[in-house]
Write a protein that binds this ligand. Structure first.
Ligand code: NAD
Length: 247
């Protein structure tokens, strides 16, 4: 098992939801964590405070990861502060759900930019540093929607499926270097992304989940820790944490 003491991680979109849970769990296991946020500096600072109060180390760094220049500055920030980078968690994501007939070019591009182009931006900026680590890890937070599709989600589904293809190809290219690249595909997890869904639709979704409940952000975070600590022989995989909703 790889101890995370002394390891440095960046979590994109780490100010709330799944990203905040991942950041806290990484810090609780000894990693120093860079919590990236785009607009919610207060929420990001709150996550930093919680980590510090629990005896961990973290700092918040603003960057719009859909912009390659911002991504480079974010990685530089991590290196300047902590001197190394071992773990990259590409978690930032958005939805702009519309049926295809109503989907604008802007809805398409924005969702591809934030969910998919961001992982190119971040990985390009971070890779040389991660390869210098003996236990480099790249973990992409994809989605069940990238595997199974979703009504009104052509843009999001394409972006999340693209993340899975990216994960497998990069895993092949990096396998000999000791860096593993994996995707986690959450089902429906209780965060603002899911609480924004109308109650009636939420009830319909729960009825389709074999374990009959939404997942918790912490359950995704435990998957990240598993891949970081025990994942040396796991690469190019989709780790499905979805209550049995997609098999
Ligand atoms: P969320 O909306 O609570 O969090 C998303 C985070 O990404 C926020 O902190 C947001 O500020 C950040 N972000 C958005 N655009 C950004 C940008 N341009 N640059 C930097 N940060 C940006 O959602 P969540 O549910 O916590 O989702 C986290 C990830 O998990 C997303 O990639 C999402 O697609 C994925 N996911 C979520 C669910 C779910 O059910 N909640 C299911 C499958 C996958």
């Amino acid at each position: 098992m790889v101890k995370l003491d002394g390891k440095v991680a960046i979590v994109t979109g780490g100010s709330r939801g799944i990203g905040a849970a991942i950041a806290k769990e990484l810090a609780a296991n000894g990693a120093k964590v860079v919590i990236n946020y785009n607009s919610s500096s207060e929420a990001a600072e709150q996550v930093v405070s919680e980590i510090e109060a629990a005896g961990g180390q973290a700092f918040a760094s603003q960057a719009d990861v859909s912009d390659s220049k911002h991504a480079r500055v974010l990685v530089e920030d991590a290196i300047n502060k902590y001197g190394q980078l071992d773990i990259l968690v590409n978690n930032a994501g958005i939805t702009r759900d519309r049926t295809f007939r109503k989907l604008s070019e802007e809805d398409w591009k924005k969702v591809i930019d934030v969910n998919l182009n961001s992982i190119f931006n971040m990985t390009s900026a971070a890779l040389a540093h991660i390869q210098a680590s003996e236990t480099g890890r790249i973990i992409n937070i994809s989605s069940i929607i990238g595997q199974a599709g979703g009504f009104g989600q052509t843009n999001y589904s394409a972006a999340k499926a693209g993340m899975i293809g990216f994960t497998k190809s990069l895993a092949l290219e990096l396998a000999r270097t000791g860096v593993t690249v994996n995707a986690i595909c959450p089902g429906f997890i209780e965060t603002e992304m899911v609480t924004a869904i109308p109650e009636e639709i939420r009830e319909q979704i729960v009825a389709k989940i074999p374990v009959r409940r939404f997942g918790k952000p912490e359950e995704i975070a435990r998957g990240v820790i598993y891949l970081c600590q025990d994942g040396a022989y796991i690469t190019g995989q989709e780790l499905n944490i979805n209550g049995g909703m997609y098999m």
